[in-house]
Structures are given as structure tokens and as C-alpha cells.
Design a protein around this ligand. Structure first.
Ligand code: B12
Ligand code: SF4
Ligand code: SF4
Length: 395
């Protein structure tokens, strides 16, 4: 702890109460205090998670850094955890219909990028503290920092660590973004909450890929949220499971009873533009870099660039078996410089079927130079011939 003489007799309990009361004025929905002790249980958990090959690769790789705040910050004395609630419902959602199919961005990507929304709030929180405590030091982070935001929030009593892996706040549900500030202030810590999942298993049962391999245990490689953020070609099984998701997956939160009736609309910058949250799929296939940046650049779901979104749009059109998309998909198959997108277009054409798609696949197979893409075209052709044999049987 710092030995700033001006702190002698400082009422930390009162400061904490004042800070919590100030949360709404800082644009924050809940604040909790965690000790800055090492996260020893989490460390064991992260090591085991890695051993089992269940990491996504998006986590900070240094487990020591992830679990010991003292390696990130000189003499940490507390961590202030914040939660900011976001909407779960689209106002006037545009219809997805034949000829005008739409994809969906997960709720964590609606409105402006939550990283900037939370960084802005954490900066205000730091300033608030600075004005009251001379010698205050702080280090804020959200998502991309080394700490586990969920582990900090859990320790700070913001919510329980649920079977779907989310931190669920009893009052806000799980539609909350998390962030934190490590400080040198000895604020008294809050108490973690009891688990409230009980015997419920709805999230585990609803997970489309069985990625929730146990309560609170995710195999990231199977998680649709993760899969939508990859840039490679995916397996047939996973492409079918992606449905029309363009970024992320909300299934294990949508089915959660703790989220019933929870839709937070009080932060205007987190409100979605329905046309961007649920965009038309076809225009995404030919969208240019500049237009993509203009439209989706401020959404968190665009952090991996346009390639995964375009790939997912191609997958979604295949899953919809959208006949009107065949010419555009043939264009991708013939001319797109990215082999993964050509291969995915082949899969999609195989799903939609028809003579035009079959002919395009046959031609592409003779000219395709990428081995993986060729194999995808061959699989699509086989799928089509099996399908036409089947329909022959049925007639
Ligand atoms: C990597 C990552 C992902 C990966 C992996 C997710 C995962 N569950 O591990 C992928 C890409 C799949 C992903 C998806 C999503 N993510 Co993400 N992600 C992260 C990131 C960067 C690191 C998470 C991590 O380290 N996971 C490793 C696991 C092992 O640790 P942990 O979950 O952090 O910690 C918990 C466990 O260790 C558990 N635990 C500890 N000891 C033990 C022991 C046992 C026996 C068990 C069972 C558990 C357990 O308790 C800890 C606290 O809950 C965090 C931001 C951050 N810096 O922390 C955001 C974060 C977790 N993501 C977030 C969100 C919103 C999502 C999505 C909902 C987005 C979407 N709609 O698609 C999904 C949800 C998927 C899911 N069911 O978890 C939010 C979660 C908010 C909340 N309310 O919980 C975070 C905190 C970002 C933020 N700052 O708001 N994400
Ligand atoms: S985000 Fe989707 S795929 Fe991942 S655990 Fe939840 S329901 Fe399963
Ligand atoms: S669906 Fe049920 S088990 Fe899953 S997180 Fe919600 S309350 Fe817990």
C-alpha cells in the first residue's frame, strides 16, 4: 500500500459508498470492489484449460500476468470492477425474407464498440477518484487487458459465474460488459455472490455445438461465437450450426431465465441500428473496404475485419438455401482472390443446389488452383449429386 501521508485517517469505506452512488453519473450500471490479491484458483483453471486445448487464442497468453495484478501494476491495493448493461432487443427488427435474407450480429456488437464505451467510462471514473484522492494511481482495462474481466467481476460481487460462463448480475442479467481499474487505493472489497444457476441446465442443453462441455466450462474451438470470428474454411457441421450469425452467438444467454425481461436501453450509444445489427446478406458479398469501414467500423464485431463477416454471410445464404444468391455466389467462386471464400461459396452453392450452381461448380473445379478450395468444390459437387439422386428417388 502507498504511504501517502495525506491518506492518514482517510475514510475508504465512505469513499467506496460515494463512488457507488456516483456510478450512474459516470454512465456505469454497477461497481464492485475486488482485492488485488493473486487469482490463484483462476491460475489453476487457466492452466488446465490450456492443457485441455480449450483456449480460443484470443486470451492474453501469459497466465502469470493474467492472474497476478502486481505484475501489471506497482503495489496494487484494489481493483474496481464495472458493469455496463446493453440492449437485448432490436427495435423494429427488419424482416429476413426470401430474396432479402439477413444475418445477425450478436448483441455485444450492437451500438458503438463497447471497448470505447467502457474505456470512456473508466477514464471518467479515474478522473473522479483523482479529484478526491491525491496520489491516486490507476490502470484501466476492458477485454483486451491481461486480467480476466469475469474473474475480477466475480470477486467484486458484480454477479455469479454461471454455467454458460457468463457473469450474471442478479439485477442486470448477463447482458453486461465488464471492465476494471487496478488502483493503489485500499478500498474495502465486496463479497462474491452465491451461484444462482441451481439445477437449471438450459444453456448447456441449448448450445448448438455442445461447446459448453460442463457447467462453466467452454471448449472455445467448438463455440459458435469463436467460429464466427475465424478466417478459415469451416467444417460442414459447423457451417450448418452457424445459421445466419455474422458475428458472435447469444443462444446460451437468450435461453437463460435470469435474462427474462432484461433489455437495457438507457445508454443511447449502445442502442443498435437495426439495419446494421441485422443487415442484408447479399450486399455484404461485394462490399468494398471503405464502405465496410464506414458502416461496420465502429462495431466490436468487426474487429477481425470484413473477411470473417463476408465468409459468414456466404454461409448464411447457403443455410437459407437462397436461390436468388446463386449468381453472386458464383461470382465469389470464380473471382474472389481469397481461397477460403471461394471454398465457402462452393459449399453454399452445394447447399442451394440447382443446375446453374452445379454447372458453376464443375467449371470451377477444372480451374481452381488452391488444393483446399478444390477439395471443397469436390465435396459440394458430391453433395449435389447425392441430393439429386435422392430427389430422383422421391419423384
Ligand atoms: C477469449 C474470450 C472469448 C472466447 C472464449 C470464451 C470463454 N468462455 O473462455 C470466445 C471467442 C469464445 C468468447 C465468446 C464470448 N464472449 Co468473450 N471474452 C474473452 C476474453 C478476452 C477472455 C476470456 C478468458 O480468459 N476465458 C478463459 C476462461 C477459462 O476464464 P474466464 O471465463 O475469464 O474466467 C472464469 C473461469 O475461469 C471460471 N473459473 C475459475 N475457476 C474455475 C474452476 C472451475 C471448476 C470452473 C468450472 C470454472 C472456473 O471463473 C472465471 C470467472 O467467471 C474476455 C475478456 C477478458 N479479458 O477477460 C471476453 C469476455 C469474457 N467475453 C464476453 C462476451 C460478451 C462474450 C460473448 C457473449 C460474445 C458473443 N455474444 O458472442 C461470447 C460468450 C461465450 C461464452 N459462453 O463464454 C464478455 C463477458 C461478459 C459477461 N457478462 O460475462 C467479456 C468479459 C468481455 C467484456 N469485457 O465484457 N470470448
Ligand atoms: S456462445 Fe453459442 S456456441 Fe458458444 S457456448 Fe454459448 S450457445 Fe454455445
Ligand atoms: S440458463 Fe440456467 S444454468 Fe445456464 S446460466 Fe442461465 S440460470 Fe445458469
Amino acid at each position: 500500500m502507498d504511504t501517502d501521508p495525506t491518506w492518514t485517517g482517510f475514510d475508504w469505506q465512505a469513499l467506496k459508498a460515494e463512488l457507488k452512488a456516483a456510478a450512474p453519473s459516470l454512465g456505469i450500471d454497477d461497481i464492485g470492489i475486488a482485492s488485488a490479491d493473486p487469482f490463484t484458483e483462476l491460475k489453476e483453471r487457466l492452466l488446465r484449460h490450456r492443457e485441455l486445448g480449450r483456449e480460443s487464442g484470443f486470451e492474453e497468453p501469459d497466465i502469470e500476468l493474467r492472474t497476478n495484478p502486481a505484475l501489471l501494476f506497482d503495489r496494487p491495493a484494489s481493483i474496481i470492477a464495472i458493469a455496463v448493461a446493453y440492449p437485448s432487443k432490436l427495435p423494429d427488427p427488419p424482416k429476413s425474407e426470401p430474396g432479402a435474407r439477413r444475418g445477425i450480429f450478436a448483441r455485444a456488437s450492437w451500438g458503438i464498440d463497447y471497448h470505447s464505451a467502457l474505456r470512456d467510462r473508466l477514464a471518467r471514473l479515474e478522473k473522479w477518484l483523482e479529484e478526491r484522492v491525491p496520489g491516486m494511481r490507476a490502470m484501466s482495462m476492458v477485454d483486451t487487458g491481461a486480467l480476466s474481466d469475469r474473474a475480477v467481476a466475480e470477486r467484486a460481487g458484480l454477479g455469479w459465474s454461471a454455467k454458460n460462463c457468463s457473469i450474471i448480475s442478479p439485477k442486470l442479467g448477463s447482458w453486461i460488459y465488464l471492465g476494471e481499474t487496478i488502483t493503489n487505493l485500499p478500498l474495502p472489497p465486496d463479497t462474491p455472490l452465491e451461484d444462482q444457476c441451481g439445477t437449471c441446465n438450459k444453456c448447456i442443453d441449448a448450445c448448438p455445438t455442445g461447446a459448453l462441455v460442463g457447467p462453466g466450462q467452454l471448449d472455445s474451438n467448438k463455440c459458435v461465437s469463436f467460429l464466427t470470428q475465424t478466417k478459415t474454411m469451416l467444417s460442414d457441421t459447423y457451417m450448418r450450426k452457424i445459421g445466419n450469425r455474422l458475428y458472435g452467438c447469444d443462444t446460451c444467454q437468450i435461453v437463460c431465465p435470469a435474462n427474462k425481461g432484461k433489455n437495457w436501453t438507457h445508454h443511447p450509444e449502445l442502442q443498435p441500428d437495426p439495419e446494421l445489427a441485422k443487415p442484408l446478406l447479399l450486399p455484404l458479398l461485394t462490399i468494398g473496404n471503405r464502405e465496410f469501414k464506414e458502416k461496420f467500423g465502429s462495431a466490436s464485431g468487426a474487429w477481425r475485419g470484413k473477411k470473417p463477416i463476408q465468409r459468414n454471410a456466404i454461409i448464411a445464404l447457403g443455410n437459407f438455401r437462397e436461390q436468388s444468391a446463386v449468381p453472386a455466389l458464383i461470382d465469389v467462386l470464380r473471382t474472389d482472390p481469397r481461397p477460403e471464400l471461394r471454398g465457402t461459396a462452393a459449399w453454399s452453392l452445394g447447399m442451394i443446389g440447382g443446375e446453374e450452381a452445379a454447372e458453376a461448380l464443375r467449371i470451377a473445379y477444372t480451374t481452381e488452383t488452391n488444393e483446399e478450395t478444390s477439395a471443397a468444390i469436390a465435396r459440394a459437387m458430391t453433395a449435389l449429386s447425392v441430393e439429386s439422386e435422392r430427389s430422383g428417388e422421391l419423384q
